[in-house]
Design a protein around this ligand. Structure first.
Ligand SMILES: Cc1cc2nc3c(=O)[nH]c(=O)nc-3n(C[C@H](O)[C@H](O)[C@H](O)COP(=O)(O)OP(=O)(O)OC[C@H]3O[C@@H](n4cnc5c(N)ncnc54)[C@H](O)[C@@H]3O)c2cc1C
Length: 553
């Protein structure tokens, strides 16, 4: 049945998972009228994503929802340790300690820290926020079927799943946040590369009321089970009460389908314990990155353009970076101050950053099993003790990179990028584990406290911000920005610590918190504004040189 209703909206987002919702919330605060279409009912199944990264918490801080995310219900005094055990009543062979949320000390690198906030809680917080904006419409049971684009916009056909009627939506831009099996990506004919099928995996959700009464192990958010053949399973705490998620490593589809959950739970728990199965989901572990993240007026974000093994929690967290890279750019173009190259920079910036995170996710998965085999591991003998000490130390050392990788979360740098102005200094060494704060153009502008409970990051989000660490006349830049309609604010920073960290007298930060330019004096301000708003894409090498050579401000 066809009943064509034509609606017009500047942005159509397809997919109401975390990435579509985050983009809707970001466009909402920027005043952009948006329709989000989600094919399913407004109900989240068992959480896939459990861990939100430090960068995601920074985004949430910017959106004003960080307190809700932090206090969703996980016990504040519960240690966020990862423990390696032979079974819950057997040997503990290693532990990666991480303080509870209550013990949290401000990290040197961020006003926030990564934590657990399962999708079942996280997505509704994003949805509630997006719905507070009157110009954001979220419609469930509305499925994208097809679309066409022309020079002026995109015409999409969607089907209302309840009435079975189709509707036509005309938009300026369409974003496919429609997950790994993306219809949008398929319709664009964009291929994905990588490993679309690493192996099969199974999530088993278990309610275990007496989990802690059953064993003598210290509390942890994850227990990894290690036998003579290495790591074979792990169990993660989902709700901070009695819900756990068990996963199995290295089994093929037949074994997973045929597996006897009772026997495996008994093996992991080291004996009988009462539990109920809440859910069992079979899924495929993959590492893929799309060949392109955009085509004309259509964009891909989240799992539709990069899917990761979940190890290390980089899937959604990386997808959110797409949303916050794209949101301000779409708004800029729709508000008339974004140049013709601004949207093109989305693919240039996000594809390498996503591929980097996907690589790390795969490495994290391999780390779980690495060098963990030992025939003696269960033996109550001196040889067994040696084996447990060695395997435990190896697992702790390797997996530290998976679970505390500040570098991968905070150290992604948009370089090269057509809208970032290089200053001729070499790109910092890429470290996905450690993190060295830097204002290298393209990097996330680093955190430093500039007042009681006030991070310098709290200044970013709305438009461009020129941070001035010295008494320099900044009018030429504000005038150039004003002439091009670019929202730009000057913030004079008096903190000496901030001045040292930021390393230049002037640093221009984009709405997504990345450094666009830095220098000790203003360059040709019109050229700078054109470069960072994507109107200087075809800038000649000479023009870039002119930006590098500061003239008196
Ligand atoms: C076991 C597991 C654990 C994970 N743990 C973590 C973790 O700890 N941290 C982390 O960062 N990531 C984790 N991930 C990855 C994370 O779940 C995904 O990266 C994230 O859900 C991707 O979000 P998305 O919005 O891009 O896609 P999805 O969550 O897949 O959402 C896409 C949405 O689009 C809708 N849709 C699809 N087609 C259409 C259409 N034609 N029309 C309308 N709507 C459509 C779908 O119904 C769906 O709601 C995990 C994944 C798994 C499998």
């Amino acid at each position: 049945m066809t009943d064509r209703k034509v609606a017009e909206v500047p942005v159509l987002i397809v997919g109401g998972g975390p990435i579509g919702l985050a983009l809707a919330a970001d466009l909402g605060r920027r005043g952009i009228r948006t329709l989000l279409a989600e094919k399913n009912e407004n109900r989240i199944g068992p959480a896939k994503m459990l861990e939100v990264s430090v960068r995601t918490l920074e985004f949430c801080r910017g959106l004003g929802i960080v307190e809700e995310v932090r206090h969703w219900g996980f016990p504040m005094d519960y240690p966020l340790d990862n423990a390696f055990v032979t079974d819950m009543r057997g040997y503990e062979i290693g532990r990666l300690r991480a303080p509870s949320l209550a013990q949290e000390r401000a990290s040197a690198f961020s006003p926030e820290r990564g934590m657990m906030c399962p999708q079942t809680w996280f997505d509704p917080i994003l949805q509630k926020l997006a719905r507070t904006h009157p110009h954001i419409t979220i419609r469930h049971q509305l499925k994208l079927e097809t679309f066409d684009q022309d020079a002026d916009g995109v015409t999409a056909v969607l089907r209302d799943q309840r009435s079975n009627q189709t509707e036509v939506v005309r938009c300026k831009y369409l974003v496919g946040a429609d997950g790994f099996a993306s219809t949008v990506r398929d319709l664009l004919g964009i291929e994905i590369r990588g490993e679309p099928h690493i192996d099969w995996a199974m999530n088993v959700y278990l309610r275990i009321p007496d989990f802690f009464g059953h064993h003598d192990k210290e509390r942890a958010i994850r227990y990894v089970f290690v036998g003579p053949d290495g790591t074979w399973s792990f169990i993660s705490f989902v709700d901070g009460k009695d819900l756990w998620r068990m996963q199995f490593v290295g089994l093929d589809e037949d074994k997973l389908r045929a597996m006897d959950v009772d026997t495996l739970v008994r093996r992991a728990m080291g004996g009988d314990v009462a539990y109920t199965i809440e859910d069992k989901t079979l899924w495929v572990r993959k590492r893929t990155v799309a060949d392109r993240f955009m085509d004309g007026r259509v964009f891909l974000a989240g799992d539709s353009c990069h899917a990761h093994p979940p190890n290390g929690g980089l899937g959604m967290n990386t997808g959110l970076q797409d949303a916050f890279d794209l949101g301000w750019k779409l708004a800029a173009v729709l508000q008339g101050w974004g140049g013709e190259g601004l949207l093109e920079s989305y693919d240039v910036e996000r594809r390498p950053a996503s591929a980097r995170a996907a690589e790390v996710s795969s490495a994290n998965y391999r780390r779980l099993g690495v060098n963990a085999r030992s025939a003696d591991i269960l033996a109550a003998t001196p040889a067994g003790e040696v084996a447990r000490r060695e395997v435990g130390a190896r697992l702790v050392e390797e997996n530290r990179k998976s679970w505390q990788p500040t570098g991968v979360h905070l150290g992604y740098v948009y370089h090269p990028s057509p809208i970032v102005v290089p200053d001729g200094t070499p790109k910092p060494v890429d470290d996905t584990f450690g993190y060295e704060p830097t204002t290298f153009p393209g990097a996330r502008a680093p955190h430093v406290w500039i007042g009681e409970g006030r991070s310098i990051l709290d200044l970013f989000g709305a438009g461009f911000v020129l941070l001035a660490f010295a008494d320099i006349a900044t009018e030429p830049l504000t005038r150039a920005a004003g002439a091009a309609g670019v929202p730009l604010r000057v913030e004079r920073i008096t903190s000496e610590e901030a001045a040292r960290l930021y390393a230049r007298r002037l640093v221009l930060v984009r709405p997504d918190g990345h450094v666009a330019w830095r220098g000790d004096a203003l360059p040709d301000c019109r050229a700078l504004i054109d470069a960072v708003r994507g109107a200087g894409l075809k800038a000649s090498a000479r023009r870039v040189d002119a930006l590098r050579q500061p003239t008196a401000g």
